[in-house]
Ligand binder design. Structure first.
Ligand code: SPV
Ligand code: MG
Length: 431
């Protein structure tokens, strides 16, 4: 009997899946691969149910002879193992980022005479509805909030990109690339104080108030599903911070990062060029404890950001603070540096990991941008935040367009650099 393989990455079995199964059955025994969480988040969205639940859904389909686990996006391993006569898939993988997967399967099958069966993709009312429900569910606070902790567990590094509006949120949500023989996308979003302030034309000195920062979160959560890490600056007065924690938690934010500075906060990348005051360990620990005490869910994370290297207080001070903050209840630490080389960050991570293998470490490689995600992960880093690159790429592009329109007294000369209107419209989901 011939074997027919297909791979599912879904939380719901709908008419489209059943169409594939029924079609597959005509060719032979049907084997279905259920994609692992780790592979699923690289090219699709996060699952709203567990891997075991997804596997059970498929096991309950009578037409399926065997269920296996597919733990990579590309099919190399699974095809090597099963050597199926056919691989069947909806024809939606013939274009867009998924085409890379189809090309990979075609190459693997052609090595031994296997064949692809493309089934017309079912996108009827029911499928559209199921798809919408799955996406909307992930956007709900109670589904969005806990996913950062899950990502820390399953990812080598949680790749996080800055967002400050609905539009940048859509870029974080939808950008998928084919890379290194796989597909890739960002895992989470960072609501940066620098970029949120810059988008409003204001300095990054805690001038943009919390109500306005929350408005930005709202704009982002309206159109995205990925987890959010909020830049909470200093957290403000402890008496105010406790309210911020509750509000963020309610909005479905997964984590707040607060930095150990007091007084008029300036952006860390100024370093010692401007006057900045570091908080005392005791006072900052009290703030962390107060925040942890008021949060209502176990999901929410308070991450303590250490400014010792920025303020040139030395490695020992940074390590001492990290241990104290973890002791006070911090769910993670962020270590920052404005050096061009990553050496002091890597040294900190190595020394911290000698005594603490568990607490997540967050880094923001804006200045030390030569270091790769893999290298950071090998030193124990869990979350990498690309904190300002979207803003810094948009600003010069917009400025140049404005200059050229002034120069040529018309817009024709800039047009070839612009995204077609049709394309920008298609970015936005319609109900
Ligand atoms: C931000 O993005 O606002 C940050 C990171 O706090 S940094 O600008 O590097 O201080
Ligand atoms: Mg900031």
């Amino acid at each position: 009997m011939a074997t027919v393989y297909t791979c599912f990455c879904t939380d719901v079995i709908h008419a489209g899946h059943m169409n594939i199964i029924n079609e597959a059955k005509k060719y032979g025994d049907v084997i279905v691969g259920v994609i692992s969480d780790k592979a699923m988040i690289r090219f699709n969205r996060f699952s709203a149910i567990s891997f075991e639940e997804r596997k059970k859904l498929v096991e309950e389909i009578p037409e399926v002879s065997r269920v296996v686990v597919q733990d990579t996006i590309m099919y190399d391993k699974i095809i090597e193992e099963l050597k199926p006569d056919y691989v069947i898939h909806g024809d939606n993988w013939s274009e867009g980022p998924m085409k890379a997967i189809r090309d990979n399967v075609e190459k693997l099958l052609s090595a031994y005479g296997g064949k692809i069966i493309d089934v017309p993709y079912t996108y009827n009312e029911e499928v559209r509805h199921v798809d919408t429900i799955m996406r909307e569910k992930l956007a709900m606070p109670e589904y969005r909030r806990p996913r950062l902790r899950k990502l820390i567990d399953i990812c080598d590094v949680v790749k996080t990109i800055e967002v400050h509006s609905g539009l940048t949120g859509l870029i974080a949500e939808k950008t998928i690339v084919e890379n290194d023989g796989g597909l890739d996308q960002f895992d989470a979003m960072w609501i940066s104080s620098l970029c949120d302030s810059t988008a409003k034309g204001k300095p990054d000195i805690e001038l943009v108030d919390m109500t306005s920062r929350f408005r930005t979160i709202d704009d982002v959560t309206e159109v995205t599903t990925k987890p959010i890490i909020f830049d909470g600056d200093t957290g403000g007065l402890t008496e105010h911070f406790v309210y911020t924690v509750r509000s963020l938690e309610k909005m479905g934010v997964s984590a707040v990062i607060i930095e150990d500075k007091v007084g008029l906060k300036k952006n860390s990348l100024f370093g010692t060029d401007v006057e900045q005051t570091q908080d005392t360990i005791e006072h900052f620990c009290e703030k962390i404890k107060a925040g942890k005490k008021v949060q209502l869910t176990d999901d929410f994370m308070i991450i303590a950001r250490i400014e010792s290297l920025i303020l040139e207080q030395g490695m020992d001070d940074a390590l001492k603070r990290a241990r104290a903050y973890v002791e006070a209840g911090a769910d993670g630490i962020m270590i920052h540096s404005r050096r061009k080389e990553p050496d002091e960050i890597l040294q900190f991570c190595d020394l911290f990991r000698e005594h603490d293998t568990r607490t997540p470490i967050v880094v923001v490689p804006s200045s030390f941008n030569t270091v790769t995600e893999d290298e950071l992960a090998s030193h124990g880093v869990n979350i990498v935040i690309y904190a300002n690159q979207l803003t810094r790429s948009a600003f010069p592009a917009m400025e140049q367009t404005a200059k050229d329109i002034l120069k040529y007294h018309r817009a024709k000369e800039v047009d070839s650099r612009l995204m077609p209107i049709k394309q920008i419209i298609s970015l936005i989901d319609e109900l």
